[in-house]
Design a protein around this ligand. Sequence first.
Ligand code: GUN
Length: 277
Amino acid sequence: MSARIIDGKAVAAELRAGLKARIAGLSFAPGLVVVRVGDDPASGVYVRNKDKAAKEAGFASRTIHLPEDTTQAALLAQIAELNADPAVDGILVQLPLPGHIDTQAAINAVAPEKDVDGFHPVNAGKLASGQPGLVPCTPRGVMHLLKGTELRGARAVVLGRSQIVGRPMAQLLLAADCTVTIAHSRTRDLAAECARADVLVAAVGRPEMVRGDWVKPGATVIDVGINRLPDGRLVGDVAFAEAAERAAAITPVPGGVGPMTIACLLENTLDAAIARR
Ligand code: GUN
């Protein structure tokens, strides 16, 4: 079998174009502020890409870049100022934060209605209890990529239990009527769990850990991993060529889930703006 390749780049571009058209019909530009602390080099790339995509779609986007030695109190004060600013619809505190800052305290400081990352416990709780709220961007993006895959009654396995991807992903699949298993580094037989999956979402950050024979023939495989190998190649958590021989549909890395994250950040920001104004 040769799998259908799910083109995240194209789906993300379509989503951004739809948001741009909706924003063109508004009387205001939804405001997105990214707060970056310090100089993590990967964050620099993400933040620039976010800013570019946001401006291109018509958002009022800006980045506040604070120095590495910013105190936790100063960061919380900055977040409080943005919470109170009526022109700001979405606030994203770029992770990772420097080690002297309590990440959860920073997440908890963002007003839940402006929490376009969907990381605040209020939004996590709403998702877990089936109430509308802001949903983390990457899992939201994966749900877009699963349009066209039969989810009702499907057996879904999520590999990884992070707050950012694994857990919210499992909640969204459950809400879409999948039978959901969350597997992780302590799971006894990961290969056997994966081999039962009609929908397999890998989000563990281990290059090419999921081998072809872990994939159920006909499954849909979503690879959230982005791993840089020592030789410079970017690979996912799934051994793509092997898995594509068995899957019915699969996302590539790069060009699969990655582009969806920023598109869904913008989607969340527009949702937050419309809910607030
Ligand atoms: N760092 C890498 N990805 C993300 C993300 O989606 N949100 C935040 N806040 N930080 C990140």
